[in-house]
Design a protein around this ligand. Sequence first.
Ligand code: GLU
Length: 306
Amino acid sequence: MSADPPRDPQPHSPAQGRTASYVGRFAPSPTGPLHAGSLAAALASRLDALAHRGRWLLRIEDLDTPREAPGAAEAILHVLSRLGFAHDGEIVWQSRRDAAYREAFERLHASGLVYPCACTRREIADSVVHAGQRQHRGELVYPGTCRNGLPAGRSARAWRVRVDDAHIAWCDRSAGRFEEALAESVGDFVLRRADGPWAYQLAVVVDDAFQGVTDVVRGADLRDSTARQVYLQRLLRMPTPRYLHVPVVLDARGEKLSKQTGAAAIDPARGVAALNDALEFLGLGTVATGSLERFWTEATARWARS
Ligand code: GLU
């Protein structure tokens, strides 16, 4: 995994000699307990921050209340702390950031970039088929049905942002350059559902800017979201962080482990053994120690060299 800027191979010393210019973060959605996949993403992001002697922040993405599991946020924070993930600053909870998302949404709305959409998922699927369009990456591309106004007698189900002819190029630190015409890959996308919740794409952009995040290190399942996020950063005049997407852990059927499909919870009592599984998954072997402190020092040195 190549880094830009170059890493300083100084190991674990979070309190001293910080690189002021590096701010990383881990941003779990509390839909269930931490599992092998989310632990690997957390470890990659923490090790990258340590290797850069940067700050590392936590954000709980508790926007989507119906999918949240009661107590999951606290359980995730407990496991991270037991495994020696030391975070900087206050934890940000998205459920408390309504005013910030509203302000960003209003700015986009005032620029004429946002419109209400009445379409159900079924209607979008039907019109995509009708127009002879294919799905892109397994996702429906919004065909723009409500772009020029809501059909008579229909009310808004969501608010979408126009993508017009936006062509987004961005760079992943490992996989290199990506280019995407948003009209072809996703179409005008949702910023808010009319029944309340803010969309992940809007909240993540507003919060990465609010927390001063310079480096996003996360699972490759989110790589396809990055162009939408870069687009919103540009519209909102917010900086674009560097991005590094790490492989996602798959289950026996080749599907991404997820909290919703019941991936096994990490048992914090396993200590270094749990961390070693994640480190090995990231291609950095295992550290022969029972000590969390030794694990973090050695794993950081390996990440810095990789
Ligand atoms: N909350 C997202 C998740 O748990 C991660 C968001 C991100 O890292 O951008 O999958």
